[in-house]
Structures are given as C-alpha cells and as structure tokens.
Design a protein around this ligand. Structure first.
Ligand SMILES: Nc1ncnc2c1ncn2[C@@H]1O[C@H](COP(=O)(O)OP(=O)(O)OP(=O)(O)O)[C@@H](O)[C@H]1O
Ligand SMILES: [Mg+2]
Length: 369
C-alpha cells in the first residue's frame, strides 16, 4: 500500500492509526479469544538509508521465541537476525524469507520519499517477489508526493499488488472540527471571525490550524482572556508562527518579490494572490487570475485589469521567481495556487509590516472574517 500526498496533510497521522484500525477490523464479528493482534512495525526512512538498513531496523523491533527454553530465560527472546541467520547486508530473498514465516505482518515505512531511488527500486522488486509468491504481508510506504510514480520507481510493474491512498487537503468543516475539539478540551471558545480566519489561513493543512490555533490561544491567555479567542489574537499568532517559520519561507518570499524598481508590483500582486487564496472557497487553494483583480485594486487603490498583473502571475510560476505559485490548467483557463501554503500567512505579515496593508484593510479584504 502507498500513502502519499502533500507535506503536512496528515499522512503520518493516518499511518499511525493503521495498527488500531486493522485490529478493530480483524476482530469484527469474531470471538475475542480467537483474534491475535497482528504485528505492525513502523520505521522512518532517511537519506542515508539502504534497503538493508531499513529492514534491519524494522527487524530489530521484534523478537522470536526460542520455544526450547523457558520464557524466563533471557535467551528466550531471539533477534530476527539470529533466528534467521541473516547477513550484514540484507538482500530481497533474506527479507522475503522472514516475511513468509509469519502471516499477516504489517510494515510501515514513513518518509519514504527521503530514501534514494536505489532503495525505491529494491522495494519495488521486493513487493513484486512477495506478490508473485503470494506472501501474506503488507508493506505501507508513506511519503510526500503528488503522484505514486514520483514516490515509487517503476510502480507500474507492481500496480496490481499495491493500493494507493492519496491524502488530500482537509475541508474547512474538518479544520473547524480541530478547533472545536480544542474548545472543548480547553473550555474556551473561538470567536466566529477568529475561527474563520484560522481556517482560511490554514489552506486545508491541519498543521497550520494547530500552529496558528495554539498561538492564538496563547495570545488570548496573555491578555488574560480565558474565555474567548478573538481575531486580534489570530493576528498576534501569525507573528509568532511566521517567526518560527523556516528560513526557507522567508527566502522564497524574497526570491519571488525581489526587484530593482521601488515601484515594482511583485510584492503587492503576491499579497493580492495570498488574499485571494485565503478567501476563496477552493479547498485545494486554487484561484483564478480574475479573482485577483478585486484584492489588487483594494491594495493599489486604483482600477486594475488582468493585463496589469498577468505577467507577474506567470513569473511567479517560473523558476526565476522561485516557482512560488503552481500553475495548472490550459492557457485559456490557468489557475494558480501557492506551492508552500506557509507563505500565505507569511505574505500577510509582510504586507502588514511593510505597510502595504493594515490589519483592518486585510480583514476587510478577507471578507470581513
Ligand atoms: N485527522 C486529523 N485531525 C486533526 N489533526 C490532524 C489530523 N491529521 C493530521 N493532523 C495534524 O496535522 C499535522 C500534520 O499531520 P502529519 O504529520 O500526519 O502530516 P504528514 O502528511 O505526515 O506531514 P509531512 O508531510 O510533514 O510528513 C499534525 O500536527 C497532526 O496532528
Ligand atoms: Mg509525516
């Protein structure tokens, strides 16, 4: 199985509930004493990993009983390596031998996109071998990717053996539930405009709902308001969240907006795009060029046409400006979205600090929320 999707959408969280979900499904309708819990083992891949190092790590997470000994004997628990006489460098056959010996094992490898292409190739071969030999075992590969074939080398050759789960961005209603859970747990409430703003800013990514929500609650607490989180708390929260933003976010912003001319529009067009992305209703954060006209007119305080900024949008989607926007669709109907959603709050902060916009103006542009 492959779990894939953008950064921060909830892939790891989904993988973390595999163990309990599988258990509930396994025991449904059966007498409890007949259900044995499956072995679900998880590991996180890194750039240094080899096929062998990943499997040694997974195998080191569990032991095998030496039934000739008493369970009290320290030697009763034998390592996978000793039990199967495994070599230093594991090959596909070594792994297959272990996996064939117990049915129903589940192995989860998170951050699989960090591993090299070589590792990915070896996993493809392993999955093919397991499938050809009908070994009852599940391998779950989890990673950041737009498509499965970017995550797994040659996935077509094993397409019948894998199921693909794409984790999408969350809907506004789902993000709202996160805030509602916090309200109940902390016995506070988010003012409606505060909660709407957080949801808009999060762009479908639960990570940002947690992050901005957390700092907004802290801001309310600092005001000694222990009951309500207000819109201004969200603005305070943005400042903290942006300070904690990776340096890469600030760098991407500079790359996108640098200009030799003081009057250059880039920064303002980008703010208008961020406003558009935050206030529109596309759960995936896409916006059309025409929807940028109104916010840009508000920022520039003059009439704007598509021709004013079409080139800027195109530039933002190209490498020289850091490909800050992603462009999708056909030339007669392009749509755009921010490649890294943390840039949206960052751009708001930049807009406030540099005086391109003020808090009230920004809130008005965001639809009064
Ligand atoms: N169903 C959910 N409800 C509430 N919060 C969630 C849910 N799923 C994920 N989150 C939160 O969203 C954040 C990101 O989730 P997670 O780490 O699982 O994403 P990811 O896709 O693995 O990210 P990355 O690409 O960085 O590895 C975490 O703070 C997590 O608690
Ligand atoms: Mg993750």
């Amino acid at each position: 199985m492959v779990i894939y999707g953008e950064r921060g959408v909830g892939k790891t969280s989904l993988a973390n509930v595999v163990d309990s979900t599988v258990y509930v499904l396994d025991k449904a309708g059966k007498p409890p004493e007949t259900v044995t819990r499956r072995l679900v083992i998880k590991s996180v891949a890194n750039t240094e990993d080899t096929f062998s190092s990943i499997w040694h790590r997974l195998f080191s997470e569990f032991f095998w009983p030496d039934v000739s000994l008493s369970p009290d004997n320290p030697a009763y628990h034998r390592t996978t390596r000793d039990t199967f006489g495994l070599p230093e460098t594991l090959g596909i056959d070594d792994v297959r031998r272990v996996l064939s010996s117990v049915s129903g094992m589940v192995f989860i490898i998170d951050e699989f996109d960090q591993a090299s292409r070589e590792v990915s190739k070896r996993f493809t071969e392993l999955i093919k071998a397991l499938s050809d030999l009908a070994v009852d075992c599940t391998i779950i590969l989890v990673g950041v990717s737009e498509t499965v074939d970017k995550l797994i080398e040659d996935h077509a050759s094993i397409s019948r053996a894998i199921s693909q789960v794409k984790v999408e961005r969350m809907k506004a209603s789902e993000l709202k539930k996160i805030l509602e859970t916090a309200e109940k747990a902390l016995d506070i409430s988010f003012a409606e405009d505060a909660s709407n703003l957080i949801i808009h800013l999060s762009q479908g990514l639960p990570h940002y709902t947690h992050l901005i929500g957390l700092h907004a609650v802290r801001s309310a607490a600092a005001r000694l308001s222990l009951t309500t989180v207000e819109r201004d708390d969200v603005f305070e929260a943005l400042k903290t969240a942006v300070k904690q933003a990776e340096q890469s976010v600030a760098e991407k912003h500079t790359t996108a907006t640098h200009s030799a001319h003081k009057s250059a529009l880039y920064r303002k067009v980008l703010l208008a795009c961020a406003v558009t992305a935050a206030r529109n209703h596309d759960a995936l954060g896409y916006f059309s060029p025409s929807s940028v006209i109104e916010p840009l007119a508000d920022i520039l305080k003059k009439t704007v046409t598509l021709a004013t900024f079409t080139n800027h949008l195109t530039d933002f989607s190209q490498e020289k400006r850091g490909s800050i926007l992603e462009r999708d669709g056909q030339p007669w109907g392009y749509r755009f979205r921010f490649r890294d959603p943390l840039l949206v709050p960052y751009i708001f902060m930049d807009g406030l600090e540099s005086g391109i916009s003020n808090a009230q103006g920004l809130v008005q542009m965001l639809g009064g929320s």
